[in-house]
Design a protein around this ligand. Structure first.
Ligand code: PMP
Length: 317
């Protein structure tokens, strides 16, 4: 789908996955003018079962918000949903059987037109591609380990941490690679001002549990407002937990009973251990945890095992 700076997007067509042509002076290549989204298509039951998307309009709205911050026009919610559905249907045979994974769908909005001086690009491209992915956890839910970053920060107040800008991800590669080389699953970031409040991990949001209270950092512009995060807050309230969105300090983290991450990729991932300045902090994991209850509740809705009373799932034919 192609668009212009004045916000008009013209419906595009389906193409085989392959290279795209870009001007060397395009806005995305020179000034990082780009946004992306990530969602998963699941198969309902058996190979013949319908295909489900989880809250795709939230991805469309988040891309629209991000586009405003990046001085980009964005496709309408309907255009976004149409392109996503078309891509999923064209790749229907790649949606794995239920329980074996999903089709990961990646919408991208980029400044494709040429721009030499610092300014928004004159033309835009909205494209969607898809790839089958396995489950994040091969068997059931397993605890992940996080390295709490003490030097690298993900976002600054007034920056773009609260949107899914492509340029948010390159600065964390170094911390991510370091953590992986030390055997950790992901990095957890602190705020860049006080250096003591939790923000999020590289690609998921964070929650801590103390007794019946579940707390998560408030989305104040430096944290991505995750769609899974929002869903989990609602489900945790439904299950009778007291949920708080606020500043969560690193001291509270170390004192938590449980810690878990949420995101499209990880769904709900319990954190077994966090390392900070060579100290290790361990947390409760397993069947009797809030993380496991929330994982079961959310995946039952996503997979169509229970009736979706919230209207979160979209079946596509
Ligand atoms: N934070 C960051 C930085 C992310 O990249 C993601 C993945 N989109 C998330 C949180 C989780 O968001 P969601 O639940 O919408 O996938």
């Amino acid at each position: 789908m192609k668009g212009t700076q004045d916000g008009e997007f013209i419906n595009g067509e389906l193409n085989h996955f392959g290279d795209i042509k870009l001007s060397p002076s395009s806005g995305v290549l020179n000034y990082g003018q780009g946004l992306f989204e990530g969602l998963k298509a699941y198969r309902r039951k058996g190979m013949g079962g319908g295909i489900m998307l989880f809250r795709p309009e939230e991805n469309a709205l988040r891309m629209g918000m991000g586009a405003q911050r990046m001085c980009m026009p964005s496709p309408s919610v309907d255009q976004f949903l149409h392109a996503v559905k078309l891509t999923v249907l064209a790749n229907k045979r790649w949606v794995p059987p239920q329980g074996k994974g999903s089709l990961y769908v990646r919408p991208l909005l980029i400044g494709s037109g040429p721009v030499l001086g610092l300014a928004p690009a004159p033309e835009y491209m909205f494209l969607v591609y898809a790839s089958p992915v396995g489950n994040y956890f091969k068997e059931g839910v397993a605890p992940i380990n996080l390295l709490l970053a003490d030097k690298i920060h993900r976002a600054i107040p007034g920056g773009t941490g609260g949107i899914k800008a492509i340029s948010n991800y390159a600065p964390v590669l170094k911390a991510q690679m370091h953590a992986k080389s030390k055997g950790f699953t992901d990095v957890l970031y602190l705020d860049s001002v006080n250096k003591k409040y939790l923000e999020e991990a590289s690609s998921c949001n964070i929650f801590i549990v103390k007794g019946n209270v579940i707390s998560t950092p408030a989305t104040n512009g430096t944290i991505l407002p995750g769609i899974t995060r929002r869903s989990i807050i609602e489900l945790a309230n439904d299950l009778g937990y007291q949920v708080e969105e606020r500043l969560v300090s690193v001291d509270e983290l170390f004192d938590a009973d449980e810690v878990f991450c949420t995101g499209t990729a990880v769904v709900v991932a319990p954190v077994g251990c966090i390392s900070y300045c060579d100290q290790r902090y361990t947390f409760k994991t397993g069947v009797e945890t809030a993380a496991q209850r929330l994982y079961n509740t959310l995946t039952a809705i996503q997979m169509g095992h229970v009736q979706d009373t919230k209207g979160w799932t979209h079946e596509i034919q």
